[in-house]
Design a protein. Structure first.
Length: 123
């Protein structure tokens, strides 16, 4: 990336703790960058602390159900973050293996938390 936009977006997500609409916009930008090319997707995956910050803040393995409706997105599951993980995985087999082995997660468990049982089985 010529403008070093990835570290800048990571900084905003990690340090500034923006609101929900800004988080969704940043994740949408990252999805678009990832879908552009395999090289771009690899840069998103290799950006220092970017994926770690997204998984820690927007794809936690546990959260409080009482805070889901409060509008706070940090520490809560965000569907757009899962779409970003899927876009990285779709960009290449090796990137998918890296993401899954790094994160040590089972995508089916996260998918089941977002979708009702009958929809998650069809994925």
């Amino acid at each position: 990336m010529q403008m070093s936009i990835l570290p800048r977006l990571r900084y905003v997500l990690e340090v500034c703790c923006p609101g929900a609409s800004t988080v969704h916009d940043i994740l949408d930008i990252l999805i678009r960058i990832t879908q552009h090319s395999t090289q771009s997707a690899n840069e998103v995956l290799r950006c220092p602390r970017l994926i770690e910050a997204i998984f820690a803040n927007f794809l936690p393995l546990s959260w409080k159900a009482s805070e889901l409706k409060s509008g706070i997105v940090h520490g809560q599951p965000v569907a757009t973050a899962m779409r970003l993980a899927r876009a990285v995985c779709c960009a290449g087999r090796h990137m998918a293996a890296t993401l899954v082995s790094w994160a040590k997660i089972c995508f089916s468990n996260i998918t089941e938390s977002f979708l009702p049982y009958n929809h998650s089985c069809s994925l």
